[in-house]
Design a protein around this ligand. Structure first.
Ligand SMILES: Cc1cc2nc3c(=O)[nH]c(=O)nc-3n(C[C@H](O)[C@H](O)[C@H](O)COP(=O)(O)OP(=O)(O)OC[C@H]3O[C@@H](n4cnc5c(N)ncnc54)[C@H](O)[C@@H]3O)c2cc1C
Length: 380
């Protein structure tokens, strides 16, 4: 059988794209290499995503509206989200739910590791490891197979440029770590991460603790060990996980007959490493562009243009922030000090929750600018 679209990768980006396309009446195959895949991930998602994609409440293990930011010298700023919360999901459940939604919409969901994609005449022919599935034929392709996308390589997309390697460990709650169970902590500390940050995310029955760094430069395991020492955790983790985070969009992520979405396209924001929202939004925008393309022949690059129009300012702003403040402990100290400002917190959380950049008034902008200069000069 020839499908209209083959979606390769059954994470959030691929599952959302498959659901929307199947709901529109197209024949869709969603190919996931492992239905039991546990994607290494903190699983923190903003309220805006939960609302837009109507995520069932039983998947949200925690709703957290308080966050602590910790500086290298141990200064702790308590931050509050008066207008929302960050939801904590567990990826093995979340991704499975999204794939079931795709199936309910009419997509054929199959298990198999895609090993080759070849163009033959007007169609693509997709093969899986050990021919677990018979060759799959499709008119169009959506590559949703993550940071190390084989689809992108097979179809000669430009490379994923910037990758952070991130490690996370899960700890069952014990009396010693129960105190972390209802607040997000972010550590800006060169000993924990010289160019990113460390996180403590509480889930229903465990704590997820992790850190990241630009690959090759540092030993991620040593950073994670140091992080646990600094927190004072001596419990043994029950799960270790690690993966790359591509924090820069590829130079191009659309072609005439194929598109990339989510991590495969490099759609994770710098500075905070947020990717689930952008995976699902790109899956949605990509699928909508694909529908127009299949119905009316409109070019697929509409999807990329629209994504960049909506989100390039956020990617740029966070890239500048990371370049300005994540370079050394003196700058990190200044950054955490600035987070004490109520307007900074409001702007940060408003833009995080709904990805809307609402410009602050001039007096507020001037105040934040002056505080930036003051703390940068003072170094705290
Ligand atoms: C340690 C860590 C912590 C993170 N924490 C957060 C967080 O708290 N919040 C947040 O928003 N983002 C976080 N991210 C980023 C987030 O996990 C990703 O941006 C998001 O998962 C991207 O979704 P995706 O569907 O594009 O790709 P993925 O989730 O990577 O899904 C890709 C899917 O494709 C499948 N696949 C891969 N290759 C093949 C193949 N050849 N054939 C078939 N299937 C294939 C995989 O099994 C997988 O299911 C974190 C990342 C890491 C590494």
């Amino acid at each position: 059988m020839q499908y209209d679209v083959a979606v390769i990768g059954g994470g959030p980006s691929g599952a959302v794209a498959a659901t929307i396309l199947a709901n529109a009446g197209f024949s869709i195959v969603l190919i996931e290499r492992n239905f039991d895949n546990v994607k290494p991930c903190g699983g923190a998602i903003p309220l805006g995503l939960i609302e837009e994609f109507q995520i069932p409440s039983e998947l949200i293990e925690k709703r957290l509206s308080r966050m602590k930011a910790r500086s290298p010298k141990g200064r702790v700023i308590d931050m509050k989200m008066p207008n929302g919360y960050v939801g904590m999901v567990r990826r093995e459940k979340f991704d499975r739910y999204l794939r079931v939604e795709a199936e309910r919409a009419g997509a054929i969901v199959v298990e198999g590791l895609v090993t080759s994609i070849a163009q033959s005449g007007d169609e693509f022919v997709i093969n899986t490891l050990n021919n677990k599935q018979a060759s799959i034929h499709a008119k169009r392709i959506i590559g949703a197979d993550g940071a190390n996308s084989n689809t992108a390589d097979a179809l000669h997309f430009p490379p994923n440029e910037l990758k952070v390697i991130a490690m996370q460990q899960r700890f069952k709650y014990t009396p010693a770590i129960q105190k972390f169970s209802d607040i997000v902590e972010i550590w800006f500390d060169g000993e924990v991460s010289p160019d990113f940050y460390g996180w403590i995310f509480p889930k229903a029955d465990h704590l997820a603790i992790g850190t990241g760094t630009e690959e090759h430069h540092h030993n991620i395991k040593a950073l994670q060990r140091r992080f646990l020492e600094k927190i004072g955790i001596t419990d043994k983790p029950y799960l270790d996980e690690a993966a790359k985070i591509p924090m820069k969009p590829r130079k191009s992520f659309t072609q005439e007959k194929a598109i990339l979405v989510g991590d495969a396209a490099g759609l994770v924001t710098p500075a905070n490493g947020e990717g689930i929202f952008f995976a699902m939004r790109s899956g949605k925008l990509g699928a909508l562009a694909m529908i127009e393309h299949l119905k009316h022949g409109t070019p697929l690059n509409r999807y990329e243009k629209e994504f960049r129009k909506l989100y390039a300012p956020i990617f740029f702003g966070l890239e500048v922030l990371q370049a300005a403040y994540y370079r050394n402990d003196r700058l990190r100290e200044s950054f955490v000090a600035i987070c004490a400002d109520n307007d900074v917190q409001r702007i940060t959380f408003d833009s995080y929750l709904y990805k809307k950049m609402i410009p602050a008034s001039w007096p507020v902008q001037m105040k934040i600018f002056s505080k930036n200069i003051y703390h940068l000069i003072k170094g705290s």
